[in-house]
Write a protein that binds this ligand. Structure first.
Ligand code: PAF
Length: 281
């Protein structure tokens, strides 16, 4: 595996890789890799012959009071894992390569970016859409793979790929979970032992709410119960627990089409998110 940090080196390595005409797959990450990321890498290997993984902790998607400086960085270990998994290129640009002096352009996706995490983290999805557009232009993949854990992020990416006529297949991979059901996330590393146990209340509350909604119970009451369950386990503030259209993320009061149940809340200092599919009978 080659680890590359500047654009000329990346471009010539990509030209060589692509010269056999086989598909090239990109897995964008911010590093601190766990089994969830490695499932994306495995999926990438199924989709293409060439796999590029990017690691870039993107300052533009962190708010002023968020955890940019504390965000876990473990590039040497990440590189070992990627190399063992058969990745061709680790693309690990510095901030000065991604956003050189004078950088002035933002990709902003209206509507689908506005609610949920977009409301709780203003500017977050502009940062994501901007960096992912740049990664697509830098790596020129045929396929790009993202986890469904960041469900709104995946929907925002699908929107701008369609809107900007990018010829890239976007693949969403089901959330990888620990044995007890907690969604894998680099941010789980921040949880104390006690918080790690309490964190299970999030997937449990979503699972319980899914069952009630699919049984036909009124959505508003079920969501209120889920919020109360989270509060009882020490979560707060709770940004949202909500039922949305699975494609547009419009809020839904009645389960009359495929939906997604999404939740986001703080546990101590750590903000956790999770989501599951909810299907009408
Ligand atoms: O999901 C992530 O890790 C990041 O948001 C992404 C897609 C790599 C963009 O920085």
């Amino acid at each position: 595996m080659q680890t590359l940090r500047d654009l000329p080196a990346l471009r010539s390595a990509i030209d060589i890789l692509k010269s056999d005409g086989k598909p090239l797959v990109l897995v964008p990450t911010m590093g601190a890799l766990h089994d969830g990321h490695m499932a994306l890498v495995e999926e990438a290997r199924r989709h293409g012959r060439h796999v590029v993984v990017s690691i870039f902790v993107n300052p533009r998607q962190f708010g002023e009071h968020e955890d940019l400086d504390a965000y876990p960085r473990r590039e040497a270990k990440d590189a070992q894992m990627l190399s063992a998994a058969g990745v061709d290129i680790l693309w690990a640009p510095g901030v000065e390569v991604m956003y050189p002096t004078g950088y002035a352009t933002t990709v902003s996706v209206s509507g689908i970016s506005d609610g949920l995490d977009g409301a709780a983290r203003p500017g977050h999805f502009d940062g994501v859409a901007t960096v992912v557009t740049k990664l697509f232009n830098q790596v020129q993949p045929d396929v790009a793979i993202f986890g469904e854990k960041d469900y709104q992020q995946l929907a925002v990416i699908r929107r701008f790929v369609a809107d900007l006529d990018l010829d890239i297949e976007i693949v969403g991979m089901p959330t990888q979970r620990a044995e007890d059901g907690l969604a894998l996330s680099s941010r789980n590393a921040y949880l104390t032992d006690e918080e790690r146990k309490a964190a299970l209340a999030l997937p449990r509350a979503l699972g319980e709410a899914k069952r009630h909604i699919e049984r036909g119970e009124p959505v508003a009451g079920v969501l209120a119960q889920a919020i109360a369950a989270l509060a009882a386990h020490g979560f707060g503030p709770i940004d949202y627990v909500t039922l949305c259209d699975a494609a547009t993320l419009e809020p839904m009061q009645v389960l009359d089409r495929p939906a997604r149940l999404l939740g986001a809340a703080k546990l101590g200092k750590t903000r956790l998110i999770d989501n599951i599919a909810v299907d009408p009978a």
